[in-house]
Unconditional design. Sequence first.
Length: 242
Amino acid sequence: MHSINEIEDGLLADAPGLWCQQLGPPVPEDTFPPALFLDRDGVVVEEIEYLHRVEDVKLIAGVDKIIASCNQNNLPVVLVTNQSGIGRGLYGWREFAAVQDRIMEALSSLGARIDMVLACAYHDQAPPPYKEDGHSWRKPNPGMLLAAAERLKVNLSLSWIVGDQPSDIEAGRAAKLAGGVLVLSGRTSQSASAGVRSGGGYRVRVTYSLAACRFLVEYMKAAEIASEKDPSARTQRAAMDQ
């Protein structure tokens, strides 16, 4: 059971609907790596509507291998999740934190680690203090991705997002990531996935689950190595440090 102080550590000051928790080590100052952004329900864990009970947490098969591969390659893994269930009063941050603990424990037992968790409870149909239409952190807006990039000092232009809804992919597009992968392990069907397309330099892929995304680690590492030879990448990192 989490204490009030522990819950408050995850919540942002003056923003009762926003959660940001760094769990992994800081990114070394001399690097500017890409990150793998992940939605939670339907991507990392099996889809349960308004998941808030620890006994309902079940990892999707194979996700630990992709996350662990990112860990081994020094690519930060960031969980970005809309939590309208909190805003609607169906459960609270205490239940959210308990579910997160169970997920982290399950991943840790398999040698995998999430580096940062961000969540947004604001919703246009929520009562105060969570009622807000189009909050910048609520996907498809890019606020959670931008906030993570600022805190972790990662290169958004080389990063990817994996989600099970078009709003996840559009958040990546809005944040100017390299691309997004829509997985069919959650809310989106094969037929519905046809509406999410590449464009403007943003690449979109569709696959059955995060377990099939091993190519992303290779993509991001290759892009990182190439960017290290580009002086502009070092300039970008230096600008973020100021």
